[in-house]
Design a protein around this ligand. Structure first.
Ligand code: CA
Length: 226
C-alpha cells in the first residue's frame, strides 16, 4: 500500500484529503507544520508527499529544498492556492515533481498521484549505452565505471535521451515525460539540461555529449574514439 504524507495546515482540506486517499487505498499520514512534516520524513518512509506552500512555521518550498539536499528523492506534489507562474516555476526548480492549484478536484489529485507513482515504478532498472550505464533503482549513472552523481530529474532526462540515442528528442516530448503542465515548466528544463551536460563532461569529456539540434531538440551522441 503506497504511503503518502499530507502536509497541509487547513484542517478541513487535510481531513478531506486524508479520508479520500484512505478510501482509495493509500496509507496516509498528515502533518500541519514544517517541523511535523520534517520529523515524519525522518522517521518513516513515504512513497509520495503532498505539500502545501503556506505553512504556519515556514514554507513548503524551503522544506522541499531541504528534503532534496538530504538526497531523498520522494515524489513531491505541491498543492497550493498560490497561482503565480513564478511560484510554480520555483516549486518545480526547488525539486517538486508536480503542482496542483487549489481548489482542485479529488479525481485530479488522484490521477496526478498515480502518475507520479507510476513514473517511478515503470522506469527500467538498468540501461546501457556503450560505456554509459544508468541504474534507475539505485539512481546512479556511471561512465566507464566512473560514478556520475545526478539528481532524479537529470537522471530521467538522461534515460529519455538514452532510449532514443542517436535520434533527436524534442523538447516538448522531454517536458511531457517529465511534467504534467509542460508549458509552465518550459524554463526549468534548461537548468536541468545544463547541469546534466556539465556533469557528463566532467566525467566523460567528449565521450558522450548532448547535442542541441536547433529548433528541434536534443540528441545524445556517443563518441567511441574519445
Ligand atoms: Ca496553507
Amino acid at each position: 500500500m503506497p504511503r503518502i504524507l499530507i502536509v497541509e495546515d487547513d484542517p478541513q482540506i487535510s481531513k478531506s484529503l486524508k479520508l479520500n486517499l484512505k478510501l482509495s487505498g493509500f496509507d496516509v499520514q498528515d502533518a500541519s507544520t514544517v517541523s511535523e512534516a520534517w520529523s515524519a520524513l525522518k522517521n518513516h518512509h513515504f512513497d509520495l508527499v503532498c505539500l502545501d506552500i503556506g505553512l504556519p512555521d515556514g514554507n513548503g518550498l524551503d522544506l522541499c529544498e531541504k528534503i532534496r539536499t538530504t538526497g531523498d528523492d520522494v515524489p513531491i506534489l505541491f498543492i497550493s492556492a498560490l497561482t503565480e507562474e513564478k511560484t510554480v516555476v520555483k516549486a518545480i526548480s526547488s525539486g517538486g515533481d508536480d503542482y496542483l492549484r487549489k481548489p482542485f478536484g479529488m479525481d485530479e489529485l488522484k490521477a496526478r498521484i498515480h502518475k507520479a507513482l507510476r513514473r517511478f515504478s515503470i522506469a527500467p532498472t538498468v540501461m546501457n549505452l556503450g560505456p554509459l550505464s544508468v541504474d534507475s533503482a539505485k539512481r546512479v549513472a556511471t561512465f566507464a565505471g566512473q560514478l556520475i552523481t545526478l539528481s532524479r530529474k537529470e537522471l530521467e532526462i538522461l534515460m529519455i535521451l538514452m532510449k532514443k540515442s542517436g535520434d533527436v528528442v524534442t523538447r516538448e516530448s522531454i517536458l511531457s515525460l517529465l511534467y504534467d503542465e509542460s508549458e509552465t515548466f518550459d524554463r526549468t528544463i534548461d537548468s536541468h539540461m545544463s547541469h546534466l551536460r556539465k556533469k557528463l563532461r566532467e566525467v566523460a569529456g567528449v565521450g558522450i555529449q548532448i547535442v542541441s539540434v536547433y529548433g528541434l531538440g536534443y540528441r545524445l551522441e556517443l563518441n567511441q574514439k574519445a
